[in-house]
Design a protein around this ligand. Sequence first.
Ligand code: COS
Length: 383
Amino acid sequence: MNNLFYLSEDQRAIRSLARDIARERIAPLAARVDETGEYPDEQLKLLGQQGLMGLHIPEEYGGTGAGSLAFCLAAEEVAWACAATSTIFLVQNLGGYPIILAGNAEQKRRYLPRLATGEMTAAFSLSEPGSGSDAAAMLCSAVRKGDRYVVNGSKMWVTNGSHAGVITVFVTTDKAKRARGVTALLVEPGTKGFSVGKHEKKLGIHGSPTVALHFADCEIPVDNRLGEEGEGFRIAMQTLERSRPTIGAQAVGIAQAALDASIGYARERRAFEQPIGAFQGIQFMLADMATAVHASRLVVHHAAGLIDQGATSTALEASMAKCLASDSAMKVTTDAVQIFGGYGYTREFPVERFMRDAKITQIYEGTNQIQRVVIAQHLLGKL
Ligand code: COS
C-alpha cells in the first residue's frame, strides 16, 4: 500500500531504503537461510551499514532517532523478504530498548552506539523453562555480594542469545516479591559462569538462533544493573509494550509476501481453461487476505505512532496490534498455501515457509492469549 497519507517524507525514504535492500539483497537468500539454518550475518551487517539498526536509538547515541513507526516500516520490509533475518532485526530493538529506557549515561554510551551500527547485536532474556506467560514466576536468581551479583539458574527461548554482544537478562533478587523482586542485568558473553545451552530446532524462522542460557555462580557487576533492584519487571513490560507493534509489523510483512505470491499464482495457474484467479472462490480469498493485511498494517502503525507521540501507556494498542496482525498473518499464509494447492505444500514454493514463519508471531513476545488478557484488563480493570 503506497497511499498511507500519514507517513512523513523521512518515513517514506526509510521504507523505500529498507524495501530495496530487502528485495534485492535479503530475499534471494531467504530460502537458503530456511533450508540450512545459517545465521544471516551478511544481511544484518548490511542493515547496520545502511543505518537501519539504529532507527530506534537516539541520535546522541549514534542512532537516527527515527522512531517506532519508522522501525516498523523497515521491519515489515525485512520480514517480507526473510522472517528469520527480521527476527534478529527486531531483537536488536527488544534487547537494546531496556538500555534506552532505563540505562544510565555510561551504560548508554557503552552499548547504544555499537547497537546502532550493528557492530554488536542484542538479546532479551525473560522466559525460563517453567515461566513463560507467567513471567514473574522466574527462578533464575541474583544475590548481591558487594559490588557484584552472583547469578544462578537458567533462561530459555532467547532469540540471538548465542550471538549477542549484550543480553538484557531478567532475574529475581527476591522471589517472594514476584514482579516487584525482578531485576534487570546486562550480561556480556565470555563472563565467567555464563554459558549458552541448547539450540532449539524450530518449525520456522530457521536462521534465527533460539537458545537456553545458563548461569553458574556467574558474577555480574552491580554497574551492569538497569535501574534499581526490583524495577526489572516494569522495565520488561514497558519494553514489550513498545516492541509488540514490531512483531505486528513482522507479521504484516510475512502476510504481504504470502498475498503477493498468491496474486501472482492466481494469475498464472490455469484450471478448467482459465486462470484460477478468474474463479470467485479464489477472488474472495484474495480479497479477504488483502483486507486483513491492510487492517493489520493500520493498527500496527497506529500503535507505533502513539509511541512516537510519547503516549504514557500504549500497552492496549500494542497488544491489539500484535494480536490482530499475527492472527491475520496465520490465516493469510494458510490461505496462501491453499491457493497454491499441492504445490503450496512443497518446498518448491515459498508459501509453506511463510506459514511456518507466521506461526511464531502468535506465540513470542507474549502469546496471543496473553495479549487478550492485557486487552481485557484494560476493558474491565482488575476484577
Ligand atoms: N508498564 C509498566 N508497568 C507494568 C506494565 C506495563 N505495561 N504491565 C504491568 N506492569 C506492572 C504492574 O503495574 C505491576 O506493578 P506493581 O506491582 O507496582 O503494581 C507489576 O508490573 C505486575 O503487574 P501484574 O500484576 O499485571 O503482573 P502479572 O504477574 O499478573 O503478569 C502479564 C502480567 C501476564 C501481562 C505479564 O506477565 C506478561 O506480559 N506475560 C507475558 C510475558 C511475555 O511477553 N513473554 C515473552 C518474552 S519475550 S519472547
